[in-house]
Design a protein around this ligand. Sequence first.
Ligand code: GLN
Length: 197
Amino acid sequence: MRIGVLALQGDFREHKQAVEALGHEPVEVRLPEELDTLDALVVPGGESTAIGKLATMYGLIEPLQKHIQSGLPVLGTCAGMILLAAGVTDGEQSQLGVLDAVVERNAYGRQNESFEADIEIRGFDRPVRAVFIRAPRIAAHGEGVEVLGSVDGHPVAVRQGHVLAISFHPELTEDRRFHQMLIEMAGRKTVGDGAHD
Ligand code: GLN
């Protein structure tokens, strides 16, 4: 499958490697038309304000919203989670609003900028080793958002239909289960589309 990786800023290269490791084709996305032939999309971690500004400059905000709203499965990690959400607790920035959630950026404070934790994820048979780097967490979310994993009672992995968002960085570990989940969502979509042929 062709899995797009938004390649404006941040650790998109590591996501490309994760996609390749699963035997799929990673596609760097910088232009709206590059969204047209994808089976799924990854929005990487990095700096969400920078990614949002670049996405605005490149005319990508509306095309991203359109594709995701019409069913393109998406995985957002860390800054990518922020980009997918509808709001942030500390002001305003460019966001896609495809995830019914408000995100608290840098939720773990300055002293604790990065840490690792083993987290139970709904549907996984063993915990993930989660790497948090200046990580956000979900401050509030709508009823349609399913919490897959939390730290200290705060959601850090959520899913709303075909929109999957996590606070941490699976692409920095060898654990490919979230990328696999994205690819499975894309597979279901293909089957669904095929039924109309
Ligand atoms: N703190 C960053 C932000 O607010 C996210 C950090 C990350 O993606 N590792 O955008």
